[in-house]
Design a protein around this ligand. Sequence first.
Ligand SMILES: Nc1ncnc2c1ncn2[C@@H]1O[C@H](COP(=O)(O)OP(=O)(O)OP(=O)(O)O)[C@@H](O)[C@H]1O
Length: 981
Amino acid sequence: MASGLRSSSSSSSFTTAAGGGALSSSGRFERQLHGNGSSSSSSSSSSSAVSTQGGVSFGQTHLPGRSKAPSSRRSVTPNSRTNSGSDYEEDRGRVRVAVRLRPKNAEDIILDSDFADCVELQPELKRLKLRKNNWTSESYRFDEVFTETASQKRVYEVVAKPVVESVLNGYSGTVMAYGQTGTGKTYTLGKLGKDDASERGIMARALEDILASVSASDCVEVSYFQLYMECIQDLLAPEKINIPINEDPKTGEISLPGASVVKVQNLDQFSQLLQIGEANRHAANTKLNTESSRSHAILMVYIRRSVHEKVEDGITSWEKVPRTTLSGSNAIPLIRKSKLLIVDLAGSERIDKSGSEGHLLEEAKFINLSLTSLGKCINALAENSPHIPLRDSKLTRLLRDSFGGHCSARTSLIITIGPSARHYAETTSSVMFGQRAIKIVNMVKLKEEFDYEGLCRKLEHQVDHLTAEVERKQKLREDDKYKLEKELKECQDSFAEAKRNLITRSEFLEKENTRLEVEMKDLLNELKCQKDHNDLMSEKAARLEVNIKCSKQHQLESSTYQKVLADTTQMYEKKIAELIKQLKDEHAHAKSVEEQLNAMKKLLNDSQKTIQGQKEVDELTVKLQEMYQLHGQTLSELQSLKSEQEGLLGEKARLNEELQAVRERLSVEENQRKTIEYELDKILYMNGNTKASSTFGTRIGSQKTNSLRETLSGQRATIAKICEEVGLQKILQLLTSEDSDVQIHAVKVVANLAAEDFNQEKIVEEGGLDALLMLLRSSQNTTILRVTSGAIANLAMNELNQGLIMSKGGAQLLAKIASKTTDLQTLRMVAGALANLCGNEKLHIMLKEDGGIKALLEMGRSGSNDVTAQIARGIANFAKCESRGINLGQRKGRSLLMDDGALGWLIANSNNSSTSAQRHVELALCHLAQNEDNVEDFISSGGVKELVRISVESSREDIRNLAKKMLRSSPTFRTIKAEKY
Ligand SMILES: Nc1ncnc2c1ncn2[C@@H]1O[C@H](COP(=O)(O)OP(=O)(O)OP(=O)(O)O)[C@@H](O)[C@H]1O
C-alpha cells in the first residue's frame, strides 16, 4: 500500500524562473520531529466519525484521544545530504504561482463577442498578455499558465503534486487559489467529480495520492472550516462557530481549539466529508443571502508517519518502515508529522464593481479586509520588509506558515482569471497579486554547516593509515637488518673458513717446503758424497793406472750421474718455483677475501647506520602526536574561523544589498535621463512610428520591465502636465503651424492625449478633430499623415466622436489616404480608424457611400498581418452590428458588405496566420451567415464550405458552436450541408 508517490516534479512541476543557489553536497539537514515520548496509542483507529478535541495545533497537532504529553523535538543531522531532485530541493522555498484561464461562459459569449479578449496566453513561454486596448498590452511571466482547455489532472500535477510529495516527506505545504468570483477557484480546488473522475479537483486528488502513499500504521486526518467575516466556522460541524485561533507564544504555532479532526481511511470517506463541508458552506451562504462563495474555505490535512533512523558506519539514513519491525534492532522509532493546507479564497473583486450594499457591503469589506491584509503581507514579504503584518486579520494569522513562515512550508498559488475584457481591472489586479507572490521565498529548513565530524573521521583515518605505514616500514627495516646480519654472519663464517683453509694450506706448503729443502739437502749431500766418491775414484784411477779402461768407464758413469743430478736439480727448482707462485696466489686470494670482508664490514656499518632510522620513526611518532594536538587546535580554530566567516558573509550580504540599492537608484536616474532625451521618440513609438521604434523600440524590447512601464505612464503624466500648463488650445493651434517640425511634434502630443478616454471629448470640443482632419486633407508629410491617422483612430474609439468624424468627411479622407500611401504603419492606423467606425451601425450606410468599406478591403493588398487584423476586425464589427439589427427586427435585406466584395475577402483570408485576424474573419463569416438574404452569396462564393470548416476546425469553441448554430438554423444551409458534406 505504501507504494509512495512517483515524482513527476521534474517534468511536470513548475520549472524555476528564479530561485536560490545550489546547495553544496556537504552540510547539515535539519528536521523537526516529534519524539516518541507521548503515547502512540490513539483513538484515531476507532472510527471515522467526527471527533472533538481540546485543541488542534499546527506542527504539534493534538490528535483525537491523545494525551497532551509534551512532544519532544529533535534535530537530525545526516552526515551527507543527497542532491536528489535538485530543482525541487534548491528552489523549495520560493512560492510557485500559476495562472488558469476559465473558458468563456454563456454570458461572456453574449456580451463580449464584439470585443477582443483582454487576455492572451502564451503557454509555451509561460507568459500572459493583458490587452488594454488595440494598441497597448502588458506581458507577465509565471511558473505556469494554463489555457482554458487545461485538464484538472494537469493542473493538479503541476501545481499541487510537488507540494503533496513534500508534505509526505515531512514538510508543511499550502495550495491556494486566488481570483475574482466565478473564475474557477472552487472548480480548481474543490470539484468532487462524482460522475466523472477526470473532473476531480486538487483536494480530492491530493487525498487520493496521500492515502495511496501512507502505510497502515500511518495516520491521515482532516479539518475543514471556513473564515467568514473574521469568524471561523467548522464546516464538518457547522454548529461550531467563532472558533478561536491560539498561538503558541514560544513557537508561534497556530491551533484551533474545538475544531473537528476526522481520521480519513479511504477516498470515498473523504469525498463524503468534502460533500458535507460544501453543503454546510452552501447552506451558510444561502442563509446569508449570498450567491457565490464569499467565505475563505480552508482544508487542513494532518499526516503522521512512522519512520526510523538507522545508523550504519556512522551514516544516518531515514527509512520508512512498518512499526513492528523496529523493535530489537538498532533502529530509533520516530513519528514524522506534517500538514497540508488547501485554501479556497473568497472572490477578489472590488466592492464598487460587485455592487454590494448594506450587509453585503459589510461582508465585502470584511472579505476585503482579510484579502487586503493578505495582499499587504505578500507585498511586505515580496519586498523583504522587516515587518510582516501577519496579525492584521485571521486569514493571515492562519496562513502564517504558508508565506515566509517559520516552518519550511512549500506553497503553490493558482491565480484564476476569466477572459472577458469587461473585467480587465479585476483580472489585472489578480495577475499583479500573483506577480508579487512569485517573489516570495519561504524560509527553507535545510541548514548548511561544515561537517566537522566527517573531517575528524577523515583525519583519524589518515593517522591510522600513517601509523600502519610507519609500522610497515619499521618491520621492513627490521627484516632488512636481520637479512644483513645474516649475510654478514655468512660472510664472517666464509671468511673464517677461508682463513682456516689459508692457514692449513700455508702450513702444508711450509711443511712441503721444509720437506723439499730437506730432500734438496739430502740430494746435495748425496751429490757431495757422489762428488767425494768421484774424487776418490779419480784418486783410485790415478792410483789405479792399470785399470784405465775401468777408470774411463767410471768417468762415463760419473758424467751420466752428473746429468741425472742436473736434471733432478732442475726439476726440483722448477717445482719450488711453482710452489712459490702458488703461495703468492694464495696470498692474493687471501687479500681479496680480506677486501670482501672489509666491504662486508662496511656494509654492516651502513646497515647499523640504517638502524638509526628507527630513531627517525620514533621522532615521526612524536610528530604524529604533535599532529593530534595540532588537529585539536585546528578544529577549534576552524570553529572560530567559521563564526568569523558567518559574520563576514552577513556583512557581505548587507553590503550587496546596499550596492543593489545604489545600482537601482542609479538605474532609475539613468532611465529618467534617457526618458527625457527620448520623450518624443516614445510618443512616436506608441503611435507606431517605425523610425522612432528603430531607436526607442530597440530599447523598449530590451528593457521590458515594470520600471519602464512605470516610466511610460510617467511620460504620459508628463505630457498631460505639459498640456495642462500650456493649454490644449495652444497645442491645437500648433497643428496649423507653417513649420512642419512644429506640426509633427504637436500632432504627436495630440495623438498621445487622444489615447486616454478622458481627453477625447475635450480634444473634439476644442476643435482638435477639425484641425486633425485639416491635416489629413492638406499635409503631404508621411509622418504627419501617419500620426494624424493614429490620433483619429484613437478618437474613433469613442462612440460620441464617430458620428462627428463621419459627418466631417473623415471616412472619405481616410479612404483617400489609404489609396495613396504604402506606409504599413499609416495603413494600420487608417484601417484601425475605419474598423472602429464599422462598429457603429447608424453610420453603416454613410461609411459605405463614402468608400470606407471599399478602402478598408483594398488595404489588404499590403499583405501586412497587422493591417489584415484591423480589416478583419472592422468587417467583423460591421457584420455583428448587421446581425444584431436583423435579430432585433430593425434591419432587412442583403448585407451592405456584399457589394464591396467583403465575403470574397473573408473567404480568401480565412486561413490567415495571425490568430487575431483569423478569429475576426471567422466571427464575421458566422454573423453574415445569420442573414437569410446573404445565403445566395454564400452558395455562389463557396462560403458554405468555409462555414462547415469553421464549425469543425476553429480553435475557439464558442466560434465553432456559433458556426454550427448558423448551419443548423438556415434550411438552405442544412440541405447543402447534408448533400455535400
Ligand atoms: N476551468 C474550467 N472549466 C470549466 N468550467 C469552469 C472552469 N472554471 C470554472 N468553471 C465554471 O465556472 C463557474 C464558476 O466557477 P467557481 O464557482 O469555481 O468560481 P469561483 O472562483 O470559486 O467563484 P466564487 O469566488 O464565487 O466562489 C462554475 O460553474 C464552474 O463549473
